[in-house]
Ligand binder design. Structure first.
Ligand SMILES: [Fe+2]
Ligand SMILES: [Fe+2]
Length: 216
């Protein structure tokens, strides 16, 4: 009996070993399934990331085009505003600065139109509320001051706000063009950016001269 019990125990032991192996085998195959499904999930995630990346670059292109429309509106508005600033300035040097920048502004418009042409698009404008506000402020200064050094100081301040807005915009547009690999646009935008910076520098010098003359 003792032997038979042992035998039974032995058989039972073997059975339980078999069960263990089956369980292990089953768990190994379910592990494989889990790994495969997590691999699929990872692939999906990476595909989603890739599609998000292309969405982002598409959005940046749209943002780039919108900003071009905005600054084209602003530059065109400046073609009308700069002669008014020139007319209302007293200092001959300031008048000349506005006359010179008007000629540069005409080129800025042409460069922006070229950017649209390079993208195979018609040049469009979109109202730039910021530039409209700055120019409105310039008009108020002219209305509220008498011709002379104080009005010149006010006009220079408004003109520098215009230049600072342009510098910020062209700087951003150039960065966008670089990311979007639009080399021709990048080149055009950087040229304009340099001219806006130079104009701002000469306005700073004129402001110093004007204020020093007023203080004397
Ligand atoms: Fe400009
Ligand atoms: Fe400008």
């Amino acid at each position: 009996m003792a032997i038979s019990t042992k035998k039974t125990k032995g058989t039972a032991g073997k059975n339980s070993e078999k069960e263990d192996i089956i369980t292990k085998k089953t768990s190994t195959s379910s592990d494989k399934k889990t790994t495969a499904s997590s691999d699929k999930k990872e692939m999906k995630k990476s595909e989603q990331k890739d599609s998000k990346k292309s969405d982002k670059s598409k959005n940046l292109q749209e943002l780039f085009e919108d900003s071009l429309k905005d600054i084209l509106w602003a530059e065109k508005k400046l073609l009308k505003a700069l002669p008014k600033m020139e007319k209302n300035a007293m200092s001959d040097r300031l008048k000349k600065a506005f006359a010179d920048h008007l000629e540069e502004t005409k080129v800025h418009v042409e460069r922006l139109e070229q950017c649209f042409e390079d993208m195979g698009q018609k040049a469009k404008t979109k109202k730039c509320d910021a530039m409209a506000g700055i120019l409105e402020e310039a008009n108020s200064i002219i209305k509220e001051t008498e011709e002379g050094a104080v009005r010149d100081a006010g006009i220079i301040a408004a003109a520098q706000k215009v230049e600072h807005y342009e510098i910020a915009t062209y700087g951003t547009l150039a960065a966008f063009a670089k990311v979007l690999e639009q080399e021709s646009a990048l080149d055009l935008l950087l040229k304009t950016l340099e001219e806006e910076k130079k104009c701002d520098d000469s306005l700073t010098k004129l402001a110093d001269t004007n204020l020093n003359a007023k203080a004397e």
